[in-house]
Ligand binder design. Structure first.
Ligand SMILES: NC(=O)C1=CN([C@@H]2O[C@H](COP(=O)(O)OP(=O)(O)OC[C@H]3O[C@@H](n4cnc5c(N)ncnc54)[C@H](OP(=O)(O)O)[C@@H]3O)[C@@H](O)[C@H]2O)C=CC1
Ligand SMILES: O=C1O[C@H](COP(=O)(O)O)[C@@H](O)[C@H](O)[C@H]1O
Length: 486
């Protein structure tokens, strides 16, 4: 990195799950690749009474666990020298004096405040940082998701944070936008002339976006039970992926050019009316089953979950976009915990040929398909029909495969690495603007309200499966199937 300016990256929630699982590992990798400014320092903040050495020890133990084979003791020692700790209670203005002391030595350096705490603390943290004189014109704040519980609470948090930071200083993170294949989708769509003429209702039959996890709620039951899959995943990650697939070509890669186009899609999503919720949405909750060959408990038996919880751990939706490009093309969204496999993918199903000359009827199951996989591997597959070798004209599905690990041998940045670099560089393109976030809340709110009003429980599904049967029925009503069922 070229900059020699000092950088203090202050991580509120510096002892939490996200900091240990994702943020410090990402910063460690950037450090090892010499992508952190030499003067960069990371200050973990929480209420725990640790000192710098105690924080380094705690972070070191967690890093061994989360970095696995990437943990190298020598590299960790040099990285840990960048770590410091400040004991602060975000709700107590006086306690910010400790942080002010830690930052006093470098008053003009760049400051990034990463708020990796519950969003209910974001307003107090911003207010107290300002009151303690810790903000200057170049300070930046990173806000984790989900921001708020609904439109009203997200507006309130945004208003309060906005009193202390300008919109161009606010980085609303959605780590799915930092994933390499998502950026590759931008490259494929807008760097090649090939796909643009096909990327529309005349040629696309349906789009399927799946983010399936094998894990359950793990240690985050208390958090998850108040949130659920719609707020945890759909309102942010899945809708952002939908926007990247569906948006019009932006005039440039500048932040507002891209974000303007995403916003138009969010605003063009057909709203869910009262009658739509039952017809176009499915919510589920896992029951005991098996994962990776081992028995696992049901959601209601997990620690931190209310005995009679109605929180959804699975969502499937049929979204529609009211634009000339996409009218009539269903966008199916699906996410869940404790599913059969860990898969994150976008599937573009193209229409069948209008007439088959090969003696078999044109079948949607043999139509072309593009599969952009983010997890477990990063690939783009184009499914085509080709002739089987031999003396008869038999067609067979084949795949043109772009494997990013094979094609580009260099190490690919993990999502949080890429996004942290963008924060340091001041590049907002892959961060969510306030109006986008609010449009997303506006679209999901009636679905959440419809579920509440129905009085029905989420549909049960066995852990280790693809979700409730109603999820398949959502597509079969249109004569379609989820990708893994084809
Ligand atoms: N974990 C994950 O995989 C993901 C998390 N997120 C988001 O990241 C944020 C953090 O999540 P996660 O790390 O899981 O949460 P945790 O509950 O694991 O961590 C919360 C952190 O905040 C600190 N904290 C709590 N209250 C205060 C306070 N009053 N003052 C100062 N520090 C405080 C805690 O330390 P202490 O109690 O010692 O003060 C702890 O360090 C949330 O907004 C979540 O939605 C987003 C994507 C994924
Ligand atoms: O934001 C979140 O994402 C993770 C899934 O992220 P991935 O990169 O591992 O696919 C999810 O487990 C978590 O519940 C959610 O808060």
């Amino acid at each position: 990195m070229a900059s020699t300016r000092s950088l203090d990256l202050v991580v509120f929630g510096g002892t939490g799950d996200l900091a240990m699982r994702k943020l410090l590992p990402a910063l460690y990798h950037l450090h090892c690749d010499a992508l952190l400014p030499p003067e960069a320092r990371i200050v973990g903040v929480a209420r725990d009474g640790l000192d710098d050495d105690g924080y380094r020890r705690f972070a070191g133990q967690q890093a061994e666990r989360f970095l696995g084979r990437d943990f190298r003791s020598d590299d960790w020692q040099t990285f840990a020298a960048r770590l410091a700790y400040a004991q602060v209670d975000a709700m107590q203005g006086d306690s910010f004096a400790t942080l002010a002391d830690r930052l006093a030595a470098r008053p003009d350096g760049q400051r990034v405040f990463y708020l990796s705490t519950a969003p209910s603390l974001f307003a107090a943290i911003s207010r107290h940082l300002d009151a303690a004189g810790l903000l200057h014109g170049d300070s930046r704040v990173v806000l984790e998701k989900p921001l708020g519980h609904d439109l009203a609470s997200s507006r309130q948090i945004n208003d309060e944070v906005g009193r202390h930071f300008g919109e161009d200083q606010i980085y609303r993170i959605d780590h799915y936008l930092g994933k390499e294949p998502v950026q590759n989708l931008l490259a494929l769509r807008f760097g090649n002339a090939l796909f643009e003429p096909l990327w529309r209702r005349e040629w696309v039959r349906d789009v399927q976006i799946t983010v399936a996890e094998q894990v359950g709620v793990e240690t985050r039951g208390d958090f998850y039970d108040r949130v659920g899959a719609m707020r945890d995943m759909v309102q942010n990650h899945l809708l952002q992926l939908l926007c990247i697939v569906a948006m019009e070509p932006p005039a440039s890669i500048n932040p507002d050019a891209v974000r303007d186009e995403k916003l138009k899609i969010l605003r063009a999503l057909r709203p869910f009316g009262a009658g739509d919720v039952a017809a176009r949405s499915v919510r589920g909750q896992y029951r005991a089953g098996a994962s990776g060959g081992k028995p696992v408990p049901g959601y209601l038996e997990e620690p931190g979950i209310a005995t009679d919880s109605r929180t959804e751990t699975f969502v499937a939706l049929k979204a529609e976009i009211n634009t000339w490009r996409w009218a009539g093309v269903p966008f199916f969204l699906r996410t869940g915990k404790r599913m059969q496999e860990k898969v994150a993918e976008i599937v573009i199903n193209f229409r069948s040929v209008p007439h088959s000359i090969f003696g078999v009827p044109a079948s949607p199951f043999h139509a072309n398909r593009m599969v952009i996989r983010m997890q477990p591997e990063e690939t783009v597959d184009l499914h085509l029909l080709a002739k089987q070798p031999g003396d008869v004209m038999h067609l067979q599905p084949v795949r043109l495969n772009l494997d990013f690990a094979e094609a580009f041998r260099s190490r690919r940045l993990e999502a949080y690495e890429r996004l942290l670099m963008d924060v340091m560089r001041g590049n907002l393109t892959l961060f969510v603007r306030r109006d986008e976030q609010e449009a997303a809340w506006r679209w999901v709110e009636p679905i959440l309200a419809g579920w509440d009003a129905s009085g029905e429980r989420p549909k049960p599904y066995t852990a280790g499966t693809w979700g409730p049967a109603a999820s398949s029925a959502l597509l079969s009503r249109d004569g379609l199937s989820w990708h893994e069922e084809i």
